[in-house]
Design a protein around this ligand. Structure first.
Ligand SMILES: NC(=O)c1ccc[n+]([C@@H]2O[C@H](COP(=O)([O-])OP(=O)(O)OC[C@H]3O[C@@H](n4cnc5c(N)ncnc54)[C@H](O)[C@@H]3O)[C@@H](O)[C@H]2O)c1
Length: 274
């Protein structure tokens, strides 16, 4: 766990983080984001389709003296999104920050192999869920004069080379959705930004059986040569949620150790002696 630095830059703010739990112990992007927002003063609704998976997140927040509540819900279902927003506002009177973190790997396969029905249902979880949460969150934000929405994409949405078609297609859509939503609601004082995590090591990745050698190889693919964690994503979300980023909207922020900035290049042969 990173060193705890507390301040009250989100004091009196109310946040919703979707997918704030995790199927395993350890720090996922949603869990880290929820803990970091609470650490800096926000009251946080922890949304997960499995309430039990959000409990560890709540324990972490409680242990630091933060304020959080768990709401079980499926963000691909409109009534569920409406209830999540309504219950948050009922509890704390307002809504300032929405982190649309839920995302699944979805069906594997290229265009020939992928199952079309599984495609539709994964697109609904990865993309439509962000529209649905925003649909109910934005009117509440407008009531307070503005807010900040942060959507979780992936570096897989910025470049090709992923073995599946669904995951990068859905993550790329989130980049465009972010820009369009930022244009629609900027004059309402609502900022909409996107984070594209790189190959951070989270329970989602660990559950795929990643060996130490594979982790080292992934890290080597970054300019920094080091591995990222959920905390790196959480601190990016903190910046985009806070007033420090008040003049930033519509962007996609890669948090990836420099992976999308380029490679270190091929070694240059030593020059011939004169
Ligand atoms: N881990 C990585 O390396 C990585 C890299 C790039 C992008 N991302 C993105 O980060 C986001 C999530 O990361 P994480 O580490 O928090 O994942 P995670 O798997 O640890 O947690 C996601 C949580 O979302 C919940 N969830 C799934 N479907 C839901 C639904 N329909 N409604 C409500 N809750 C639901 C799950 O129960 C789970 O607890 C995703 O958008 C993912 O695509 C992750």
């Amino acid at each position: 766990m990173t060193a705890i630095r507390k301040d009250d830059r989100l004091k009196d703010k109310v946040a919703i983080v979707t997918g704030a739990g995790s199927r395993a112990s350890g720090i996922g992007n949603g869990r880290a984001t929820a803990v970091v927002l609470a650490r800096h003063g926000a009251q946080v609704t922890l949304v997960d389709s499995v309430a039990q998976w959000a409990e560890e997140t709540k324990h972490l927040i409680d242990a630091e003296g933060g304020i959080a509540q768990i709401i079980e819900g499926d963000v691909s279902v409109p009534a569920s999104c409406q209830a999540i927003v309504a219950r948050t506002v009922a509890a704390w009177g307002r809504l300032d920050i929405l982190v649309n973190n839920v995302g699944i790997t979805g069906p594997r396969g290229n265009a020939i192999e992928v199952d079309p029905e599984a495609w539709d249902s994964a697109m609904r979880v990865n993309v439509a869920s962000m529209m649905l949460m925003a649909k109910y969150a934005i009117p509440e934000m407008i009531r307070n004069g503005g807010g900040s929405i942060i959507n979780l994409s992936s570096v897989a949405g910025l470049s090709g080379g992923h073995p599946s078609l669904l995951y990068p297609a859905s993550k790329g859509a989130i980049v465009s959705l972010t820009r369009a939503m930022a244009a629609h609601h900027g004059r309402d004082g609502i900022r909409v930004n996107c984070i594209a995590p790189g190959t951070v090591y989270t329970p989602m990745v660990a559950s795929r059986g990643m060996t130490p050698e594979m982790r080292k190889a992934r890290s080597e693919g970054t300019l920094l040569g080091t591995e990222g964690t959920g905390w790196d994503i959480g601190y990016g979300a903190l910046f985009l949620a806070s007033d420090e980023s008040r003049w930033i909207t519509g962007i996609t922020l890669p948090i990836d150790g420099g992976a999308t900035a380029g490679s270190r290049g091929s070694p240059v042969p030593p020059s011939e002696p004169a």
